[in-house]
Design a protein around this ligand. Structure first.
Ligand code: SF4
Ligand code: SF4
Length: 326
């Protein structure tokens, strides 16, 4: 059963460019422009009309956009909840200007070991994570540490928790790795690693969407009974100002928005593409967190109930729940 009849999230790709080269990501290989303030202004207005609550300013590396502070400020003025994940290379330069503009600020960490983290990111950015935490905390911000978990680093959760989170009272977000297209994500996650993740998700100061674990144990999205509601819950906008359907990772169709996002989204063409969410051949077994999270939150299924305690816990820790009722 659908609980919320409209899209709730926008994944706004401000650029595909990135200053890192992570082995588990291929976005940085794509040539890309940057979104313009004018396009964003039109889109913010229409996203509001469509009922979207949260805008995830993503990329690529979103801090490469030279007006990211202006974009975030405008989004906040429209009443959106904002979220942004960064590899932290540029955060120290932006810290003061971003103060108060990102409700859910995430710093990515792949390993508590400098050499391993830098190897995973393809650039030396480990020290920037610590410096970014120092600056953010000094400014009164509470960034979350986003740890992407694979079989080969699940044993490092404790060290990440103890070295990055506990000294500063920061939330640790456990992000189970997911594969897509031909991107190599290593060994994935075994059943015992998923169990360890579950145990960690119950600890104070740690957030895990338990629905992610349940979905993996069940073999992922099933095309004959899809749990994925990517297109109907999430609006994906590309740096070229195109609507991407049914999700970024599948990117079946990209339609120019031309300042008409509301009309375009309601059109027959888009609505029929949305109906294919979770039903295409590539959707079999899919576990892409970015779309499963809003899918679980807006439709009742067993994953809704699995996800609920963690979602409530995170919103309690961050105080963000109040903003959903504005
Ligand atoms: S920092 Fe993010 S966008 Fe850049 S390469 Fe790594 S995962 Fe991809
Ligand atoms: S199941 Fe996966 S690939 Fe298919 S629409 Fe959903 S998120 Fe995209």
């Amino acid at each position: 059963m659908r609980l919320i009849p409209h899209p709730v999230l926008c994944n706004y790709y401000v650029t595909y460019r990135c200053n890192a080269k992570c082995g588990f990501c291929d976005i940085w290989e794509r040539p890309s422009p940057y979104i313009t303030q004018e396009q964003a202004g039109h889109n913010f207005r229409d996203l509001k009309r469509l009922g979207v609550k949260v805008i995830d300013f993503t990329g690529g590396e979103p801090l490469l956009h030279r007006q990211i502070d202006v974009l975030l400020k405008e989004a906040k003025e429209h009443g959106f909840i904002t979220t942004l994940t960064t590899n932290t290379l540029l955060y120290p330069k932006w810290a003061e200007k971003l103060k108060g503009l990102v409700d859910m600020l995430h710093f990515s960490v792949d390993s508590p070991v400098r050499e391993e983290h830098n190897a995973s990111r393809g650039v030396a950015c480990f020290d920037f994570v610590h410096e970014s935490i120092r600056q953010a905390v000094a400014l009164g911000e509470r960034p979350d540490i986003l740890f992407t978990v694979l079989d080969n680093n699940v044993h490092q959760i404790e060290e990440v928790y103890n070295s990055f989170c506990r000294p500063h009272g920061l939330v640790l977000i456990l992000n189970p790795v997911f594969a897509y297209n031909a991107v190599e994500t290593g060994s994935g996650l075994s059943v015992s690693a998923l169990e360890k993740l579950r145990q960690w998700g119950r600890k104070p100061g740690v957030y895990l969407n338990d629905g992610f674990i349940g979905l993996r144990l069940d073999g992922g999205n099933q095309v004959d009974k899809p749990v994925c509601k990517a297109g109907s819950t999430t609006i994906v906008i590309s740096p070229e100002n195109k609507l991407v359907l049914p999700c970024y990772h599948l990117g079946l169709q990209e339609i120019p928005i031309e300042n008409q996002l509301y009309t375009l989204y309601k059109s027959k063409q888009v609505q029929s593409l949305i109906k294919q969410e979770g039903r295409l051949p590539a959707c079999q077994g899919c576990v892409i967190n970015c779309y499963m999270q809003p899918s679980f939150a807006t439709h009742t299924s067993r994953y809704f109930w699995q996800a609920l305690p963690g979602t409530l816990k995170y919103n309690r820790m961050k105080g963000t729940w109040k903003q959903f009722f504005r």
